[in-house]
Design a protein around this ligand. Structure first.
Ligand SMILES: C[S@@+](CC[C@H](N)C(=O)[O-])C[C@H]1O[C@@H](n2cnc3c(N)ncnc32)[C@H](O)[C@@H]1O
Length: 354
């Protein structure tokens, strides 16, 4: 076939992109166009076989040239090429409160600069962000490609990075499995404490005490509840180990049931709410234990730690009652670290009585 195409080029002067072994091999390595007809694929295979047979028998001849040109045309119609020129990327589905700074942080570039993106970078954006559940919706990454082109596959480095388990060592010494999984990463716990401010903080879902430690270290006096006695013992050990035992009072029991009495006694206390996250929860009602919303109503400051997929429009009183912050952190198990930093959770804060 190659000989046939070369002969045709010599005769007609018409260059054919397949007139060389390397070009044919490159073409055969390319993916088939989506929707390529099975019958056309079979025809291509038959033509290739026949062209090769004839070329072997007859050497350079018009029949081989003709057949080779036919193969070439069909092959080009069936296969797609990997795009090499910069492409334009469009990302939609940004959730409420995910402003320009957060977008730039997630993308690793200003969001306005998506007009001319290198193909490998576009492939990384698609792999890392397309379909990501964020703030009650899903991000959608669309790439404008020429009709016959596809994005390059992810580089080996990016694929390895995507699957890598980057588990930051836990920052508290005493943890059970549940406590380790739900421990707020230290930089985020510190930011939350700085945002909520010193004073009195009620923490009705203490766990092993990550946030309680951060609040105490930021100068707050903390009253915490944990209903699991074994986990409460771990939290106490953490308060001692982190030097905050004198600033945190931990009680074993139902923190939701005790909130109304505590708020009557300390009406200015801030409440930090970190209930267990049921898998796949996207609405506040799926997260809040019975009675919590009513118990929070009289509080003058409430901070919620929420899964990143949660829709903030479902928060009590609606979006306008809350200030939101999307918290970034290092990628966790199974998360794509291709873009370096990922959104770990949402912090919502309201001040003033509901
Ligand atoms: C997500 S964890 C808290 C993690 C903590 N903020 C940290 O950074 O270490 C939630 C904890 O609340 C506890 N819990 C759930 N419902 C409770 C309730 N009604 N009263 C007290 N504790 C509760 C669970 O046992 C769990 O340990």
């Amino acid at each position: 076939m190659v000989r046939g195409l070369r002969a045709r080029r010599r005769r007609t002067g018409e260059a054919d992109p397949l007139a060389g072994r390397a070009a044919v091999e490159a073409l055969l390595d390319r993916p088939l166009r989506a929707g390529a007809e099975p019958a056309a694929v079979a025809r291509l295979a038959a033509l290739l076989g026949e062209a090769a047979r004839r070329a072997g028998r007859a050497g350079e001849s018009p029949a081989v040239e003709e057949r080779a040109a036919e193969v070439s045309a069909l092959a080009r119609a069936l296969v797609v090429r990997v795009v090499e020129e910069p492409v334009s990327v469009r990302i939609s589905g940004w959730p409420p409160g995910f402003g320009a700074a957060a977008r730039a942080r997630l993308l690793g570039r200003p969001p306005g600069e998506l007009e001319r993106v290198a193909p490998a970078e576009a492939a990384r954006l698609v792999a890392a962000l397309d379909g990501l559940a964020l703030g009650g919706g899903r991000l959608r990454v669309e790439v404008a490609l020429p009709p016959d082109a596809v994005l390059p596959p992810l580089s080996r480095r990016d694929r390895a990075e995507a699957g890598r388990r980057r588990r930051a060592p836990p920052w508290l010494p005493h943890l059970d499995e549940q406590g380790r999984l739900s421990l707020t990463p230290r930089p985020i716990a510190r930011r939350q404490a700085a945002w909520l401010g010193a004073g009195r903080v009620l923490d009705p879902f203490c766990g092993c005490g990550g946030n309680a430690v951060a609040f105490a270290r930021a100068g707050a006096r903390v009253i915490a509840f944990e209903r699991d006695p074994a986990r409460a013992a771990l939290a106490r050990a953490n308060f001692r180990a982190m030097g905050v035992a004198d600033r945190v009072e931990l009680r074993v029991g139902d923190g939701v049931a005790r909130l109304p009495a505590l708020l009557r006694r300390w009406p200015d206390a801030a409440v930090f709410v970190d209930p267990p996250w049921p898998p796949g929860a996207t609405r506040w009602a799926e997260l809040a234990p019975p009675g919590l919303e009513a118990a929070l109503a009289p509080a003058t400051a409430v901070m919620l730690k929420l899964p990143r997929a949660l829709d903030p429009r479902t928060l009590p009183g609606g979006l306008e009652r809350w200030r939101l912050r999307y918290e970034f952190g290092a990628a966790g198990p199974g998360e794509d670290a291709g873009l370096g930093r990922v959104v770990k959770m949402i912090t919502a804060l309201r001040r003033g009585v509901a």
